[in-house]
Design a protein around this ligand. Structure first.
Ligand code: ZN
Length: 90
């Protein structure tokens, strides 16, 4: 079974209502399997986390509060004309 490779960047979003590209509340469900490695003393380190399922339930703009159809998903990593939205000052 091939190992699931996580994307290094999540999906980007854009708010059509106000043009926001950088601030969103994202509600998502993530189901993962990971190796919980306990030391003898009981300290936990989590290794080899594998995302089994990742469902984005809702995205809301932090600036104007718009959600639903106002939020557009932007493809990450090219494919749409090569125009990468510029990062806004934070
Ligand atoms: Zn907005």
């Amino acid at each position: 079974m091939p190992r699931y490779t996580r994307p290094t960047m999540a999906t980007r979003y854009r708010c059509d209502a106000c043009g926001n590209l950088t601030r969103f509340d994202v509600v998502a469900t993530r189901r993962t399997r990971s190796f919980h490695h306990f030391s003898v003393g009981g300290d936990l380190s989590i290794e080899d986390e594998e995302v089994l399922d990742h469902v984005v339930e809702s995205v809301t703009c932090r600036w104007c509060g718009a959600g639903g159809a106002s939020i557009q998903e932007l493809p990450v990593g090219g494919g749409a004309g090569g125009t990468v939205p510029s990062e806004e000052a934070s």
